[in-house]
Write a protein that binds this ligand. Structure first.
Ligand code: UDP
Ligand code: MG
Length: 307
């Protein structure tokens, strides 16, 4: 029988972890695979690890890793994939927003239909603040326009992959990880299952608007170099405008002879050009800082305990 490793990243999920385990066992009963459940504690400050201990005692298929601090969900997923020994690997959230019942369809997609990966995509954003949905949509539009890697709108991290695809992802050692892009970058045949958004069973979301905004900037920087061209394009544009203006004022003064009252205009132009220059330097800074972080080659996570 084939083995399926299920990776579950958890951060402060003492309530959700046991609920997840129960639901998982119930809803995957009778699946024709051997399971391995790998919980990854991402430096929780509550009793998440104790909850894992309970589960490890009850069921020998349960394993866990605990990080020395909070490294983020991306690192937790990476650590889980490195620890997984299965022929197939699934990634799921612990809050049951990723219905375990879908694993059956996912497995079918891989074993019977010949896909390398079956991923999930939520088609509604029910229960989410409208402003967040709006920005999320804008983000997907923008990144797909400026990046060669397709980033699917509404894609969740919940997916089932073959060993071959997981090994390909593990080859990508970058520190700033944007998995939605990495999964797509490695290629392979992916089937998308669509489902309606489900609300969390317990605890609360770890993603504030600000965290999501920073994450989306990481995504853009990691998968597109288009922003770097903004400086050159704007620079060129302003040169052309300036040249035309010079011609205009030169001839205007020659013909009509009136001097231009320039103080307010000068202030506006100086402020605008200054703003644009700082903005462009900021973009350079973003790429430079990522390059800096990558060249340090720090590990993606640090494990404190492992069972
Ligand atoms: N998570 C994590 N590390 C973090 C933040 C979140 O491992 O720093 C886990 C969290 O415990 C959950 C999953 O990632 O299992 C998704 O997080 P959450 O439900 O808060 O995100 P949302 O579903 O609201 O996007
Ligand atoms: Mg969630």
């Amino acid at each position: 029988m084939k083995k399926l490793s299920v990776i579950v990243p958890c951060y402060n999920e003492e309530e959700a972890a046991p609920l997840f385990y129960e639901a998982f066992i119930r809803e995957t009963a009778g699946m024709p695979v051997e399971f391995e459940l790998i919980f990854v504690d991402d430096g929780s400050r509550d009793k998440t690890v104790e909850a894992f201990e309970q589960l490890v005692k009850r069921d020998e298929r349960v394993h866990y890793l605990s990080f020395s601090r909070n490294f983020g969900k991306e690192s937790a997923m990476f650590a889980g994939m490195e620890a997984a020994t299965g022929d197939y690997v699934a990634i799921m959230d612990v809050d049951l927003q990723d219905p375990p019942a879908l694993l059956k369809d996912m497995l079918h997609g891989i074993e019977q239909e010949g896909y390398d990966c079956v991923a999930s995509r939520r088609v509604t954003r029910k229960g989410e603040p409208p402003i967040r949905s709006f920005f999320a949509r804008m983000f997907y539009k923008l990144i797909n326009r400026i990046s060669k890697t397709e980033i699917v709108d509404g894609a969740r991290d919940f997916r089932l992959m073959t060993r071959q695809m997981v090994d390909a992802i593990l080859e990508l050692k970058e520190v700033s990880r944007f998995s939605k892009g990495l999964f797509s970058w490695v290629g392979f045949k992916t089937k998308w299952l669509e489902y309606e958004n489900v609300e969390r069973v317990a605890g609360e979301t770890k993603w504030s608007f600000w965290k999501l905004l920073l994450y989306s900037i990481d995504g853009i920087i990691a998968f597109s170099t288009a922003p770097l061209a903004i400086a050159s394009i704007l620079g060129l544009l302003f040169c052309v405008v300036a040249f035309l203006l010079i011609l205009f004022f030169f001839f205007k003064t020659l013909i009509f002879g009136d001097p231009v009252a320039g103080f307010p205009a000068t202030i506006c132009i100086v402020l605008m050009l200054g703003g644009i220059q700082l903005f462009c330097i900021g973009i350079l800074g973003q790429y430079l800082s990522k390059t800096y972080l990558e060249t340090k080659r720090r590990p993606i996570y640090i494990v404190k305990t492992k069972k």
